[in-house]
Design a protein around this ligand. Structure first.
Ligand SMILES: Nc1ncnc2c1ncn2[C@@H]1O[C@H](COP(=O)(O)OP(=O)(O)OP(=O)(O)O)[C@@H](O)[C@H]1O
Length: 368
């Protein structure tokens, strides 16, 4: 398929088409295709080394693809086929890094003005735009300070102001909050969402923090070893993970997966029947998905039980999230109030409902 027509047919602002980035024989990005409409907030999430930054650097034009294409607003900006590599200005993309890299010898206002000068905006337009973006980021009063005279969180705001100044249609953010403390991170998350809406740009945001991904995204791509494990709206990924990797990577706490085998008409774990077998189901060995809220703490009459050793409990909104070590698994359930026990002591967990998904041994969801 021609990616250019693919992009314009779909009318999507960002189309990534069969993208590959190879370092020697190693494929850091291995055949990724994703497409999102204008104004989307696409989050790339995944464990360390899965290829998030490499993909973002290709979107920014800092790396060229080995194969495949990137299409912004219907225009091919990078192509592994014909070697197209537009620079970041002509691809109308703005990049915010983890490290803010402000120019230390320039004031806040001058830092924000600089890219507008480079883009040859007139003096009056520059002055108006600097006022506007400093206002948008709530840092107007810092305009005459130097980077060394403001806090880390304020520097981050300046870096964002500088990036959105030239009105990029695509905003690329590489773990921009990772240098901030926990409280500031949460505040800046909402701020970034507000700025995203105010600019109308299509944003691509890289993080390894799945909570950040789930709160901010309109679309999430979960990456694993250079490939997309699953792509979709955050709720869809949470409710309907297609692989055990996604099920255990997303969600707080992550879902539990209990191995089971078919024996005399039931799924059995450690000799105990724990779940019904769906009709016409042939797979012998499976992994059953249970949400933490579907696992109770203690023996509950009439429900299948599993036995382990107490590991830890964390209070969450009036409930306790209780984790047991069961064989070589961690199993997390919920109970009302504040739970405590001696680490290593025996604990019984009850499965309150039938599993919320069945996966084969290769980790793929079995569609019933
Ligand atoms: N210039 C390079 N040369 C060789 N290998 C590279 C290069 N850049 C990245 N890699 C490798 O490609 C893989 C993906 O790296 P990348 O930085 O994209 O991962 P990431 O998902 O962003 O990780 P993190 O969350 O730790 O930042 C890693 O195994 C990395 O070592």
């Amino acid at each position: 398929m021609n990616p250019q027509s693919f992009g314009s047919e779909r009318n999507d602002a960002l189309v990534i088409h069969q993208l590959v980035k190879q370092f020697g024989a190693f494929k850091a990005v291995n055949n990724i295709s994703i497409s999102v409409p204008s104004g989307s907030f696409l989050v790339l999430v995944g464990p360390s080394g899965c290829g998030k930054s490499t993909l973002l650097r290709m979107l920014a034009g800092l790396e060229s693809p080995t194969e495949g294409e990137i299409v912004f607003d219907g225009k091919v900006v990078s192509s592994g086929t014909d070697g197209t590599l537009r620079d970041s200005a002509s691809r109308n993309a703005g990049l915010v890094f983890q490290s803010y890299a402000l120019w230390p010898h320039m004031t806040v206002a001058a830092n924000v003005e600089w890219p507008l000068k480079v883009a040859k905006w007139s003096k009056a337009e520059r002055a108006a735009r600097v006022d506007e973006v400093l206002g948008l980021l709530n840092i107007s009063e810092l305009r005459d300070r130097y980077p060394a005279e403001i806090s880390g969180g304020q520097q981050q705001r300046v870096a964002i102001a500088r990036t959105i100044g030239p009105r990029p249609s695509i905003l690329l953010l590489d773990e921009p909050l990772s240098n901030l403390d926990a409280k500031l991170r949460v505040e800046m998350r909402s701020e970034l969402m507000r700025i995203h809406r105010a600019t109308g740009a299509t944003s691509v945001y890289v993080t390894h923090d799945q909570v950040e991904a789930m709160t901010m995204a309109s679309h999430v791509a979960v990456l694993n070893k250079g490939r997309v494990e699953q792509f979709g709206p955050p709720v869809e990924l949470l409710q309907n993970p297609q692989t055990t990797f996604v099920a255990t990577f997303l969600g707080t706490p992550a879902a539990n997966l209990i191995p089971a085998t078919q024996q005399s008409g039931a799924f059995v774990y450690e000799g105990q029947p724990i779940a019904r077998i769906p009709v016409n189901f042939s797979e012998k060995s499976v992994k059953l998905l249970y949400r933490a809220q579907d696992i109770g703490v203690g023996a509950i009459e009439g429900r299948p039980q599993i036995f382990g050793k107490f590991a830890e409990a964390a209070p969450i909104a009036g409930q306790s999230m209780v984790t047991a070590i069961v064989g070589d698994m961690r199993v997390t359930g919920m109970t009302d109030g504040y739970f405590t026990a001696v680490p290593g002591s025996d604990i019984t967990m009850s499965l309150l409902r039938e599993p919320d998904g069945i996966f084969n041994e290769a980790g793929q969801r079995i569609v019933l």
